[in-house]
Write a protein that binds this ligand. Structure first.
Ligand SMILES: Cc1cc2nc3c(=O)[nH]c(=O)nc-3n(C[C@H](O)[C@H](O)[C@H](O)COP(=O)(O)O)c2cc1C
Length: 253
């Protein structure tokens, strides 16, 4: 895993010669691969609703339902960003498995499940600040959430684990997520071992090293694409005062 200490010399060494020589961008050789600079798309969406709800999670639920209804692939996939306690960031996709209501047991939040020994979990346990992004760009929409990620209780994780297909349950046991492995054969051998341990007809228990996190939102931002790059952006920020609700402000695109 890279660390901040090794980053800068490595980046400097990797810079192409034109960068160091101050050659202008016009003289750069054509980069290999597709011409992504020429890709352009107008965002012609309807923008944000005029009557914004008081609670941003209500609008998030509505947009999630819209993404599902529109047939977007993996509509509940969200980019999860974490960082080490000294600030080295990393990001990956995870699946949203629920937006719950606040209860006596805990605050409202966005729940995903993972391996508690994975890189993301090790980072979250040391530094619980997390960011989530729903990349619904096909619908000219994006939602960003920032907040603290807290482990969900073991009974709640186990209850969700029981709803997973058997293959996914066994896979959770077989994969030491984020650890180095020799090859695919090692993974498949481990899967065989757990299959033998819990033969068909027996219940696969939830591993103690697997469970959920609930990201408790402090900031929620909605982005809706509009023509001429004059997109709508509205940020909801939790007010500092107890029971104070959300402070809403509009941001330049
Ligand atoms: C569409 C999609 C959904 C994913 N959902 C999850 C998930 O819900 N939980 C999870 O642990 N990994 C999920 N992954 C895999 C992660 O992106 C990542 O590879 C893995 O969790 C290891 O990340 P880490 O080493 O940074 O901890 C998903 C990947 C994709 C492409």
């Amino acid at each position: 895993m890279p660390g901040p200490g090794c980053a800068l010399p490595h980046v400097a060494a990797a810079r192409p010669a034109w960068h160091a020589d101050g050659v202008t961008s016009i003289q750069r050789p054509a980069p290999p691969g597709p011409d992504v600079a020429a890709l352009r798309r107008d965002y012609l969406g309807a923008g944000l609703p005029a009557d914004l709800p008081g609670d941003p999670l209500d609008l998030l639920r509505t947009w999630l339902a819209d993404a599902i209804a529109a047939g977007l692939p993996e509509p509940n996939a969200m980019v999860l960003a974490t960082a080490t306690s000294d600030g080295w960031p990393s990001a990956r996709l995870v699946l949203l498995k629920g937006i719950d209501e606040a209860t006596a047991d805990g605050p409202v939040g966005l729940v995903f499940y993972t391996n508690y020994r994975s890189r993301k979990a090790v980072e979250l346990d040391a530094n619980p600040r997390a960011a989530l992004t729903f990349p619904w760009h096909w619908m000219h929409r994006q939602v960003r959430v920032e907040g603290m990620a807290l482990r969900v209780g073991a009974p709640e994780s186990a209850a969700y684990f029981r709803t997973r297909p058997r293959g996914s349950q066994l896979g959770a046991w077989a994969s030491h997520q984020s650890a180095q492995i020799a090859g695919r054969a090692e993974l498949e051998a481990r899967y065989g071992e757990v299959q033998a341990r819990w033969p068909e007809g027996t219940e696969v228990p939830a591993p103690g090293f697997w469970g959920g996190y609930r990201v408790v939102p402090e900031v929620v931002e909605f982005w809706a694409g509009r023509p001429n790059r004059l997109h709508d952006r509205v940020e909801f920020r939790r007010s500092g005062s107890p029971g104070g609700g959300w402070v809403v402000r509009r941001l330049a695109p």
